[in-house]
Write a protein that binds this ligand. Structure first.
Ligand code: SF4
Length: 406
């Protein structure tokens, strides 16, 4: 069947560690993005070491998936020498692209003769085609548009440029313009612009009268007090509109989120894009997509940053969790499966089993736990963080994800 678009529309997936990267790839990502231990907007020692980065890139390439490396921190003067050193250390790694925010970082990469394509982060707030022309002249191949860009503006931008355009399609938003915010640094000393946001905008606040310290008075509001928190973004029902507007790549937020979140969101957006590309009528999949995205932890969804609460009163922004990630299958035969557990699994549990969606085939099913064995001993329950041999009432295959409805 002829493709409806001659472009390869990409799902770009977060990879907080190697395990998440593997699941992002097996669940349908065209590209994965991840950072090292320095100079990215989630900089922690839990990120990829240089050795991990090499393994991640070769794993992605062995599966024909692009590897995008994040060097998107904003640089202080004192960062420049350490960045030069870090670039020297990673320069040999064949990334498909490096994501930058700071023009200084782009310059340092170019001066180091990096031949890698450069992508520009959403944090540079690119909202118009002239800004795009400027960045193209400075060697940027893809722009992640500011999340404040509307659908109509994307269409107008596309009329003027053939530059690769990427947008965020799913995940946490925040009330700060393009994520530039001092709230976290001010309240906790953790700087959002160095990838270390403590998310104080999501907290519930109380009131304290200055002469009565410790006497916390609840701010009572019927629908919740997360008055600074935005909803989460979810564009699944509008993905065709954004493809037609000229978007080349759809990015999912969430390097800190679970493997299950990554896998499930990736497969749903990949399915939506595959349906579009192959001219498949997706109307009867739309409920399935919405239901699945409702089963990953999230805040109430919005498909419009500027009209989250339009025409409706504030309804609170509570965290919603309707399913628990129990584990995934590392190997299996017709009788039993080895499950790496993330939550306790009990004999008799009735669990959901989800799989990657390939060739428009959805294999999801339910399965009952008939028997559990850990370290060669039968037991009633498998603890989290173990490899349990589980007999289900039907075969559960490698790469299956196991979850429990709450
Ligand atoms: S504190 Fe909230 S608004 Fe500020 S950067 Fe963090 S998530 Fe965004």
């Amino acid at each position: 069947m002829a493709l409806l678009t001659d472009k390869n529309i990409e799902v770009v997936a977060p990879a907080g560690n190697i395990e998440k990267l593997q699941f992002a790839i097996h669940y349908g990502a065209h590209a994965v993005y991840f950072g090292g231990q320095q100079f990215n907007l989630r900089a922690t020692t839990k990120n990829f070491s240089v050795e991990d980065i090499e393994k991640a890139v070769s794993y992605a390439h062995n599966h024909q998936v692009k590897a995008i490396f994040l060097l998107n921190a904003f640089l202080h003067e004192t960062d420049i020498q350490p960045v030069k050193e870090y670039i020297r250390v990673i320069k040999h790694i064949p990334f498909d692209a490096i994501m930058v925010s700071d023009p200084g970082m782009a310059l340092l990469l170019q001066e180091a003769d990096s031949t890698c394509k450069l992508h520009l982060s959403t944090q540079m707030s690119t909202l118009n085609h002239l800004a795009i022309q400027f960045w193209q002249k400075h060697g940027i191949a893809r722009i992640v548009l500011a999340r404040e860009t509307t659908l109509d503006e994307i269409k107008m931008i596309r009329d003027y440029t053939n530059c690769e355009l990427e947008i965020f399609c799913h995940g946490a938003l925040c009330i700060a313009y393009s994520g530039r915010c001092l709230l976290s640094r001010y309240l906790t000393g953790r700087d959002a612009n160095q990838g270390n946001c403590a998310h104080p905008c999501r907290w519930n606040y109380s009131l304290v009268e200055e002469k009565r310290p410790g006497n916390h008075l609840d701010i009572a509001q019927y629908n919740g007090t997360e008055i600074l928190s935005s909803k989460d973004l979810c564009l699944i029902q509008r993905i065709n509109e954004y493809i037609q507007a000229g978007v080349d790549a759809f990015k999912i937020e969430g390097r800190m989120k679970s493997l299950y979140y990554v896998a499930n969101t990736v497969r749903i957006y990949r399915h939506a894009i595959d349906c579009y590309n192959n001219g498949i009528d997706s109307s009867h999949y739309k409920n399935f997509w919405t239901n699945e995205l409702d089963l990953v932890s999230h805040r109430p969804y919005t498909d419009d940053l500027f009209h989250e609460f339009a025409n409706q009163p504030f309804e609170g922004v509570p965290y919603i969790k309707k399913a628990l990630f129990m584990g995934y299958c590392t190997e299996s035969d017709a009788q039993k499966s080895i499950i790496k557990t993330f939550n306790p699994i009990y004999k008799g549990d009735n669990l959901d089993i989800i799989y990657p969606i390939t060739n428009n085939s959805i294999r999801d099913t339910g399965a009952i736990v008939m028997d559990i064995e850990v370290d060669g001993k039968k037991c009633e329950m498998a603890q989290p963080n173990t490899y349990a041999t589980v007999v289900f009432d039907k075969p559960v295959d490698r790469w299956a994800i196991v979850r429990k409805r709450l």
